[in-house]
Design a protein around this ligand. Structure first.
Ligand code: CO
Length: 175
């Protein structure tokens, strides 16, 4: 089931999420809804807080060479932790909670993460590039942060101005 995606500047997005304690049917339903919601909006990642659930859960699905998302390649991460980071990488990011905006952000190039899958099995993943960027972006959501916080002051000011103007225009259209 597709759920509503919370968008900036909704304060819910600033909440720090809590660890999942039971790997039950409820968690599985939530993960299935997160997949439906992410695919429904053509995203590559989604954190539970983006659908107003303050739990340490994120999913990532990078499109394949045919620009398709395969559920077999879906990463479902519960209570994830980044245990190692190195290098530097500039990458143009976007976010389903900040629709219509893309900007270059600096991240670690290479990371190691530890997490649990939907059945509570402990996993470790080492990755770099786009996948490492996606992980760091989604991990930030769990701490209540958005990628726009990483912009320079000038770029952030321009973003705020343009974003508010777009919001107003949309409201006017929906009236
Ligand atoms: Co995001």
């Amino acid at each position: 089931m597709i759920r509503e995606i919370i968008t900036y500047p909704n304060k819910i997005l600033r909440q720090v999420s809590n660890d999942v304690v039971s790997f039950d049917e409820e968690l599985h339903l939530l993960l299935d809804d997160m997949w439906d919601t992410m695919i429904g909006s053509n995203g590559v990642g989604l954190a539970a807080i983006q659908i107003a659930v303050p739990l340490n859960i994120l999913i990532i699905s990078l499109p394949d060479i045919n620009d398709e998302h395969n559920k077999e390649d879906l990463i479902e991460a519960i209570n994830p932790r980044i245990t190692h980071k190195d290098g530097e990488l500039l990458f143009i990011e976007g976010c389903l909670s900040v629709p219509g905006f893309h900007e270059e952000v600096k991240r670690a190039e290479h990371i190691i993460v530890e997490y649990y899958d939907r059945f509570g099995t402990h996993k470790t993943m080492e990755c770099e590039g786009f996948l490492a960027v996606a992980w760091q972006h989604e991990m930030d959501h769990l701490k209540g942060h958005l990628f726009i916080e990483k912009l320079s002051i000038l770029k952030r000011k321009k973003f705020e101005k343009d974003y508010k103007r777009d919001l107003k225009e949309q409201k006017a259209k929906n009236k």
